[in-house]
Design a protein around this ligand. Structure first.
Ligand code: N01
Length: 547
C-alpha cells in the first residue's frame, strides 16, 4: 500500500511516471525550476530496471565510469565503482545514494502503478489515476516508465500447473534463488540469458538451455577497477562527458574508425578483431571499421570472426554450430557481453536444446514438452524471454484526451512520435527515451539527461512566454517517423528480428522503433528545434478552468 503521508499533494505542476534513472533525474531537474513534481513508481523501491532485474549475473554492459549521471561533478568524483562493469546491486546502491544525496525520495511515491492518464483539453491538465484509486492532476506529464519494463512470459500452455518454481529475469525475487541440486531450464538467450546461464550452471545439478535464436556475445573482460584508470577518467570527466555528446553512442574514448572493413586485407582485419575481442566490450568491436552496421559484406567479416571464436571455444561442434548466430548480422540485435558464456557449454551439466526447429509446446507438471513430444524434467524454469519493449509500459496505461485521442489507437500500427519526445494529439505529455529516440542505442543515462534537460527547457520556455501548452504537429511527427525509418533502412538493423522491431512479441507491429542516427546527430536536431522556438510544435496559452 502507498504510504498515506506521501499521497498528497494531488495537484502538481508535473506528474512523473516511474522512479528509475529517468524519473529520478526528472524530479531533480524540474524541481530546480521551482515546479511541484512527484514521481509515481510501481516498485517497492526506486531504480527501475536495476530494481527489478536481480537475476544472477545482472550487470551493465556499458563501463561503470560511463554509465552514471553527469549532472553533478562532485557526485561523479565521489562515487567509487569497484569494477569495470557495474553489477546490479552496485548500480542500485548508486541510484539510492543519488536519491539520498539530492533528497529525491520526498517526491517519490512507491508501490503505485499508474493505470490511466487523461488530458482534459478544456482544463488543460492531465488527470492520472493510480491502481489505488488516487487521482493526481498536473499541467505536464513526464513518462519515464522505461523501455524494458514490461516483462513478457510466453503464453505456453500448462504453466499454471507446473509443480516446480518459475521465474522471469525482470521480476526476480529479492531474496535470490538457490538453484543448488536442481534441474533448471533457462528459456531465452538474449542479454539476460547470456549473463545468468554461466552462474546458474555453477549451481544447478543440470542446466538445460532452450535456445530459439543464437545471439552474438563478446567477452566483457570485467576486472576490478584499476586505480590509475579511475584516477585518469575522473580527472578528465567533464571533458569526456562533453566529448561523449559528439559520438553516436554517447560514449567517448573510442577512436573513430577511418576505413571500411573491406579496404583491409583479411589478416590485418582479423588481427584488429582479435585485439577488440581481447579488449572486451561491444562498442569497441562494432567501431573496428566504419561500415559494420551499414554494409552486409563488411559485417560478414566481423560476424564470421565471432562465429569462429565460438567454434574454437565450444568443444562439441554440433553445439558450437547451434550457438553460432547465422540469422542476423552482428550488432543488429543488442550485442551481448558475457563472462564465460560459450565456455559454459563445455560443462558436463549443461545442455543446449534448439527450440527453433522443435518449439516448446507445453509446460507440464514436471517440466517442458516440445512439439515433437521430447520432454525435459525440470525443477525450475527461468524465463529470460525479454520484454514488450519500448511501447509496452505506455500501452499498459490508458492514455487519452477528453477529445477522444487515444495513445493505443494512435500507435496501433507502431509508435509515432516527434523526436521520440512527444505524440501528436497528446499535449503536454513528454516521453523520456521513447520510441523514435536513440536512447536504447546509447549510453542510456546520457540520453536520459539529454531528454530530461530538453523537456525541462521546454517547460521553462513555456512559462517564460506565458504559455501553457505544447504539442507536436501531425506533420512534424510524420516527418520524424519517416526520418527514423529512412535512417534505419540505411543500416543493417532491420535485418534482425529484434525487440527493436517488436519482433519478439506475437502480433506486435513490425516497426523499427529506435532512432539509429546517433546521439550526436539527434541532440543537434533537438537543440535546433528548441533554438527555433520549438519548430514543429504548437505552443499556446489556454484559459484554464480552476479545479
Ligand atoms: O531479452 P531479449 P533480454 N520460445 O528479448 C527468447 C537489455 N539488457 O531480457 O530471439 C523460446 O533480448 C528470444 O528468442 P528470439 C538489453 O538492451 C541489458 O535478454 O525472439 N524462446 C530471446 O533469445 C537487452 O537487449 C543487459 O527468437 C523465446 C530471449 O528469449 C534487453 O534488455 C542485461 C520465446 C529474449 O531476449 C532485453 O534482453 C539484460 C519463446 N516463446 C538485458 N520468447 C545488460 O546491460 C522469447 N524467447 C548487460
Amino acid at each position: 500500500m502507498p504510504d498515506a503521508s506521501h499521497s498528497l499533494p494531488h495537484h502538481l505542476d508535473v506528474v512523473i511516471v516511474g522512479a528509475g534513472l529517468a524519473g529520478l533525474y526528472a524530479i531533480h531537474r524540474l524541481r530546480k525550476l521551482g515546479l511541484k513534481v512527484r514521481a509515481y513508481e510501481a516498485g517497492s523501491g526506486i531504480g527501475g530496471t536495476w530494481f527489478w532485474n536481480r537475476y544472477p549475473g545482472a550487470r551493465c554492459d556499458v563501463e561503470s565510469l560511463e554509465y552514471s549521471y553527469s549532472f553533478d561533478d562532485a557526485l561523479q568524483q565521489e562515487w567509487k565503482w569497484p569494477e569495470r562493469y557495474g553489477t546490479q546491486p552496485e548500480i542500485l546502491k548508486y541510484i539510492n545514494h543519488v536519491a539520498d544525496r539530492f533528497d529525491l525520495r520526498r517526491d517519490v511515491q512507491l508501490n503505485t502503478r499508474i493505470k490511466s492518464a487523461v488530458f482534459d483539453t478544456k482544463a488543460n491538465e492531465w488527470t492520472v489515476k493510480t491502481d489505488t484509486g488516487e487521482e493526481i492532476r498536473a499541467r505536464y506529464c513526464v513518462m519515464a516508465a522505461g523501455n524494458l519494463s514490461t516483462p513478457r512470459v510466453p503464453d505456453f500452455k500448462g504453466l499454471q500447473g507446473f509443480k516446480g518454481k518459475w521465474y522471469h529475469s525482470g521480476l526476480w525475487p529479492h531474496e535470490g534463488v538457490d538453484f543448488s541440486g536442481l534441474r533448471v531450464g533457462v528459456i531465452g538467450t538474449g542479454s539476460s540469458g547470456v549473463q545468468m546461464i554461466p552462474l546458474i550452471a555453477e549451481q544447478a545439478r543440470h542446466l538445460t538451455v532452450f535456445q530459439r535464436t543464437a545471439n552474438f556475445s563478446l567477452p566483457a573482460r570485467n576486472t576490478p577497477m584499476p586505480e590509475d584508470k579511475e584516477r585518469t577518467h575522473k580527472a578528465e570527466y567533464p571533458a569526456r562527458r562533453e566529448a561523449a555528446k559528439e559520438t553516436p553512442f554517447a560514449i567517448a574514448g573510442y577512436p573513430k574508425p577511418a576505413r571500411s572493413a573491406l579496404e583491409v586485407a583479411e589478416a590485418e582485419r582479423n588481427a584488429a578483431y582479435e585485439a577488440k575481442w581481447q579488449e572486451g566490450g561491444s562498442i569497441s568491436y562494432l567501431y573496428a571499421y566504419t561500415d559494420l552496421l551499414v554494409n552486409k559484406a563488411s559485417n560478414d567479416t566481423a560476424s564470421e570472426f565471432v562465429r569462429n571464436k565460438i567454434r574454437g571455444i565450444v568443444t562439441d561442434q554440433k553445439t558450437a554450430e547451434l550457438l553460432a548466430p547465422k540469422d542476423h548480422p552482428i550488432g543488429t540485435k543488442r550485442l551481448c557481453l558475457d563472462t564465460n558464456y560459450y565456455e559454459t557449454y563445455n560443462r558436463p551439466n549443461v545442455s543446449l536444446v534448439d527450440v527453433r526447429s522443435d518449439p516448446i509446446d507445453t509446460v507440464t507438471e514436471t517440466g517442458l514438452k516440445l512439439k515433437s513430444g521430447a520432454a525435459f524434467e525440470l525443477d525450475a524454469i527461468v524465463f529470460a524471454t525479454g520484454f514488450d519493449a519500448m511501447t509496452g509500459a505506455l500501452n499498459e496505461i490508458d492514455v487519452r484526451t477528453t477529445d477522444g485521442e487515444v495513445l493505443r489507437e494512435h500507435w496501433a500500427g507502431g509508435p509515432l512520435t516527434y523526436l521520440g519526445l512527444m505524440v501528436a494529439g497528446l499535449p503536454n505529455m513528454f516521453i523520456v527515451t521513447g520510441p523514435g529516440s536513440p536512447g536504447v542505442k546509447t549510453q542510456m543515462i546520457a540520453s536520459i539527461e539529454q531528454h530530461v534537460d530538453w523537456i525541462a527547457d521546454a517547460i521553462d520556455y513555456l512559462g517564460q512566454h506565458q504559455l501553457d501548452r505544447i504539442e507536436p504537429s501531425p506533420q512534424a511527427e510524420s516527418a520524424w517517423v519517416d526520418h527514423v525509418n529512412k535512417v534505419a533502412d540505411s543500416t543493417l538493423y532491420p535485418l534482425a528480428n529484434s525487440w527493436y522491431m517488436g519482433a519478439n512479441i506475437p502480433g506486435k507491429p513490425r516497426v523499427f522503433m529506435p532512432y539509429v542516427g546517433g546521439f550526436d546527430r539527434y541532440k543537434k536536431q533537438c537543440d535546433a528545434v528548441a533554438a527555433k522556438g520549438y519548430e514543429g510544435f504548437t505552443l499556446s496559452r489556454h484559459e484554464t478552468v480552476a479545479a
